[in-house]
Design a protein around this ligand. Sequence first.
Ligand SMILES: *Cc1c(COP(=O)(O)O)cnc(C)c1O
Length: 853
Amino acid sequence: MTTTSTVHVLKFGGTSVSSRSNWDTIAKIVKRKRAKGIKVFIVHSAISTVSNRLEQLIAQAIGGDYVEGYQAIVTLHNQLIDSLGVAENLLEEEYLYLKRLLDGINLLGEVSDRTRALIMAQGELWATKIGADYLSEVLDDKPLWLDARNYLYANPHSQNDYLSAGCVCDLDQDLISATQAAPVVITQGFIASNDEQDTVLLGRGGSDTSAAYFAAKLAASRLEIWTDVPGIFTANPNHVPNARLLNHLNYDEAQEMASAGAKVLHPRAIRPAQLSDIPIFIRSTIDSELAGTQIHHFDNRWGMVKAITAKNGITLISMESQGMWQQAGFLADLFAIFKKHQVSVDLVSTSETNVTISLDSLTQVVSERRLKNLVEELATICRVNVMKNCSAVSIVGQNVRAILHKIAPAFAIFETYKVYLLSQAASDLNLTFVIDDEHCDKVIAALHELLISNNPNSEILGPTAKELKKPATEVVVEKWWQQRRGEIEQCLESRENAYIYNLAAVAENIKNLQSISAVDQIFFAVKANNHPQVLTTAYEQGIGFETVSIFEVERIKELFPAIDTNRIFFTPNFASHNEYQKALDYGVMLSLDSSYPLKYWAKTFANKTIFLRIDPNVGKGHHENVRTAGATSKFGIPIQELEELLPIIKEHNIKVLGLHAHAGSGILTNEHWAEHARLLASVAKQFPDVKYLNLGGGFGIKERAQQTELTMEQINQSLLEVKAQYPDHQLWIEPGRYIVANTGVLVSKVTQVKQKQNYYYVGINTGMNSLMRPALYGSYHNIVNLSRMTESKNHLATVVGPICESTDKLGIEIPFPDTFEGDLILIENAGAYGHVMSTHYNMRAPAEEVCLP
Ligand SMILES: *Cc1c(COP(=O)(O)O)cnc(C)c1O
């Protein structure tokens, strides 16, 4: 390659080139690239609405009156010329040329494809002339205006296809030389030429394709498609508010999405970039700082669902025939009829007696008459049924087969909605259901919720459209481990890996919780982190301890011999009789989470004080999954069982001093605990001695950039309301994760790096033996290369440990810089459920714990 500097090909669409403010944005984007020494090759469309207007104008010219339409197009361009302040008479000749072409059509009363292409091309030619003129005023570099038809040629197959040609896109030394000296080039999308030097078009949306061809010809280092949306989403954000921005897609997935109805990128634009291995970026002129969606080479072997797409207005043709299908050549006869009527088929499904096909509404428009003729001829060999207004909903992602088991619950929604056709692509890139148009939105929303919104753990998924709209006022706060990097590095001088805890941060988190004035007592869930210094910090803050085994109770008593036993709350689950007996002997507060102990060991509790743990899920669910959660969860007493316990409680003079509920972990809904409080308060009516309502833990933390943190103020507000309603009850909480998760990091040294096809493996000195959560339940932890914080992240790394288990992965698809042996890798939010779950598996000792003051 002879280019001396990096070339970026930038494509702008119609709306992006139609106003002064949009052109200012383009100028800003170009300047930014120029400042980095990047050469910019701009490909853009006609001003918005112009292509449609030209098409109308052709029809009007055939029929008669076209002068008004012609004037309107001229005015539109003059207005832009005026607002940009470029030469007033810039397009005078071009206007007259169009007028002459239209006059010609008018005279003949007909138009050839050749002339039609020539007229349509004017929109792009005019707009780029205006753009080039404007940019030469505002940029330091004068742009070079190119006529795309001198460099883009129809390939041999499309020589006669004037309206939707494909082009040759091999590396083009002529183009490279012609643009060698120009730092900025501007040319047209949509148009090319054939061997006769005639103008040809690349089909609707062809500007994307032009840009891709030019990128390939120039061996550009990237192709940027600038649009008015932030990138490609997991579903249409206008219909699915929770649709997430896709940070990364591979070419095949992007191709699949474009073909399956995602409108951001033209399907034909992907292949040229893919063949030349040029990454495509989909970016937004509205927020030009966003990185957008990057389409490039990488393997999505885990089979993650990337998107739910839909094509509406699909026509299905279902063909029935008894026993005919076994006859040799029958299907061939059938498809020959489709060929004869020039109707192309998208999806096909066959059974013994039925063949159903769908017609692709995206790539062809089949006229009513053609459809009728087709159906009539088909009817001579089988029974035909045509269904219109269907939608093809596709689940898209490389290797969808690998996730079939996960999508089983999603199929429940098809109980209600009839599926006409189901097809799994041979490429294994999509699974498509054809349903009625009217059900499309509901089905997409449900599938998205199950398959994407519930997928917590990927760097592939960016923020939602709603989050992107938020003003970017958030200040980036340095994490404590960034501020204390020196101390962390020191710890690792004498070790290969370590859990490092920040005790000051523990105290700070507790203080945050203490700001909830509606809460009367906080208990720290010891199972989250039982390091003596962490426990001591909690003790010094005056909070209590929530324990789940008698051993945790004993640890607390040992560490703090003088502790008031009212500061120890014990919640055994399926523990043996003697643990309950011991707890009573120690005098700690005891919560029973099953009716078994009361039914079978009632004497143990006679004349004692207890708490009852309620299963808060019962009767609350509005969704199948939530409803069954009550029965499938091993915790808690179902509310309807409480009544049976009343006589036992009375007979043995047992005092129920409080009620308790704890449901799940990582909850980020501020109102959750107030809901628990209301539920427990209503249940408490049956138990006159109840004074305390323990609302459980589960306080979530912000793990990914796009999550919204809990706000103590709002939690307090909602709890104060409950308290106003039930003034006789005191409220308790028992968080674990919230107090310690972000106070701990796991740091380990890189042992080896391995590139296997498209996988970039970063191996570190400890793995699931230290931090089991990712392997156990796919939890997400942010991971950084502490030794190379400022370097650009060129890889999507899989960070793995040295344990002989394939699940020994600490993170997948993590954006990572080039990494080397000995680098320090830091795993965030490892302070909760980290070391406490560690093992000596493979005889590898887990990371040692170190406390920073
Ligand atoms: C684990 C547990 C907690 C703490 O949960 P977090 O999600 O860490 O806040 C609280 N209460 C009970 C009963 C628990 O089992």
